[in-house]
Design a protein around this ligand. Structure first.
Ligand code: AMP
Ligand code: ZN
Length: 498
């Protein structure tokens, strides 16, 4: 429940979002009163997501939560790409799904299901809210064919390999990438007969003699849709053109989204992009990359960093969410184990502060005038293009505030955390301990030994206390005396240098 004071506040500070199409901050103004419609490009489910991919969904989640905070009803769609994405984002290479299915000697449907579920596990672990709808690309094939048919005559041409979109038929092609040329950028494996290098397949015909696991009949032969077509169709179909906001990682600003925009223009009006809504969405937003100097953020390089790896090393997944929120979504963020450890400590500190308040009072229904300026500061940070880094410090400062009523503070904390999604009111403190999965000793045994050690120290038998400490050390348990964060112990060994 938002109190009146809060509503007053959110009406005062307009939400500013950076639109990649105009390269400017713009005030969010919903197309449908009181509602925000958002489409986020989802993963291609041919493999596990890496933690960089998950940054894109933490960002989309923060956007959705911020829109809810501002009082908008949110209609959020995230798609699952289970068909059509080639190894090159443009129009070349192999089909990612078909290749993985062949390598694993598995049905492609099985591969898609397995990796979709793994992705959803990560979504839950990071406390990312469920979108209003997950759309699965392979469930929209008839709509894709209808869409392609409606633009084929004016905007497409057929080649033996499929139906191609002629990018010179729409105004301002490539504006999103700030690359107006229709020549593309030296694509690999050029397709014979393309009119412009940047033209792309919206329907790919199965090659003669080839049998694909996923293929459908179409007016352009048996085959599969192009990747860009999917998002145009799922977004337009479920949210209606134009919708409010389209999100994705910064890589999509270069090829995927310009191509989606070209299709949307063809479908809607073909008019230029001076009017952002002609692109199919009013605002296009892109999160910057999570990078790793060790090169573990690329699936093609073999081993890559999954959220599960972080969990196996003993880190609570919310430490990764904290790491993301410490940076602005438009900044590059470098992953390091030390950085992750620091984010975990920060999260734990925050959780402990909230725990102390919870021990003092139940949350009040509202916060009062005393805390209103803190809510204003928080709101101002979020309203400035989702500045979670500042919003976090406002939350921390408020938690640490001395004189205020603890119940009212808890009410304000809950409202702030509804945007940040760190679950600071509910996280289990014990789960924030670093405990690698490979550890051989159970927590009950550790606690029992620590009790014996505490007793020995109380009896001033320091030799006995040291023996227990050593015995724990041999099992990888580091006892952390006098630790201000009350970690008390943690299970080592620390993560290997990546
Ligand atoms: P994909 O499954 O390759 O389509 O990627 C899913 C999402 O992750 C897309 O929005 C990408 O733009 C985004 N993405 C890919 N790599 C990274 C990265 N290293 N950091 C942040 N986002 C990424
Ligand atoms: Zn997409």
């Amino acid at each position: 429940m938002l109190n009146l004071l809060h509503l007053h506040t959110v009406n005062q500070i307009p939400l500013q979002l950076f639109n990649s199409l105009t390269r400017k901050l713009e005030t969010f103004q919903p197309i449908h009163a009181g509602e925000a419609r958002v489409y986020s490009c989802g993963p291609t489910v041919y493999n596990y997501p890496h933690i960089g991919n998950m940054r894109a969904y933490v960002f989309a989640d923060i956007l959705g939560r911020a829109l809810s905070f501002k009082g908008y009803r949110l209609r959020h769609v995230i798609n699952i790409t289970d068909v059509g994405h080639l190894s090159d984002d443009a129009d070349a290479g192999e089909d990612k799904m078909e290749r993985m299915a062949a390598e694993c000697v598995q049905s492609i449907w099985h591969i898609a299901k397995h990796y979709t579920e793994a992705f959803w596990d990560d979504i839950r672990a990071l406390n990312i809210r469920q979108p209003t709808r997950w759309t699965i690309a392979s469930e929209f094939i008839p709509q894709m064919i209808d869409f392609a048919q409606s633009i084929a005559e004016k905007h497409c041409y057929a080649l033996p390999s499929g139906l191609y979109f002629d990018v010179s038929t729409v105004a301002d092609y490539g504006r999103l990438a700030r690359q107006q040329s229709t020549q593309g950028e030296g694509r690999i494996e050029p397709v014979q007969g393309k009119r412009n290098a940047a033209d792309f397949a919206i329907w790919r015909r199965t090659r003669p003699g080839e049998k694909r696991q996923m293929e459908w009949d179409s007016p352009w032969g048996r085959g599969a849709p192009g990747w860009h077509l999917e998002c145009s169709v799922m977004g337009g179909h479920v949210l209606g053109f134009p919708f409010d906001i389209h999100t994705g990682g910064i890589d999509h600003r270069e090829i995927h989204h310009p191509n989606e925009i070209a299709q949307n223009q063809a479908f809607c009006c073909s008019a230029g992009l001076a009017q952002a809504a002609n692109s199919g969405a009013r605002i296009w937003m892109h999160n910057n990359f999570l990078i790793d100097r060790a090169g573990k953020m690329s699936k093609s390089a073999g081993e890559f960093l999954r959220l599960q790896r972080l969990i196996d090393q003993g880190y609570h997944p919310q430490a990764y969410r904290m790491m993301c929120l410490q940076a602005h979504y438009r900044s590059e963020l470098e992953f390091s184990w030390d950085g992750l450890g620091a984010a975990l400590v920060r999260l734990k500190r925050l959780r402990m502060g909230v725990e102390r308040l919870q021990a003092l009072a139940p949350p009040a229904p509202h916060w009062g005038v005393e805390l209103a300026p803190w809510m204003d500061r928080f709101d101002a940070a979020i309203s400035e293009d989702l500045n979670t880094a500042i919003a976090l410090t406002v939350l921390e400062d408020m938690v640490a505030l001395k004189a205020a009523d603890p119940g009212e503070k808890l009410a304000a904390i809950a409202a702030m955390d509804a945007v940040l999604g760190l679950d600071v009111c509910g996280l289990d403190r014990a789960a924030l301990r670093i405990r690698p999965r490979a550890a051989s000793i159970g927590e009950q045994d550790i606690e029992a030994m620590l009790l014996r050690r505490g007793q020995a120290r109380a009896d001033k038998d320091f030799a006995a206390a040291d023996r227990v400490r050593q015995a724990l050390g041999e099992q990888g348990v580091e006892v952390m005396d006098g630790d201000a964060l009350a970690w008390e112990w943690r299970l080592g060994p620390p993560p290997p240098a990546p």
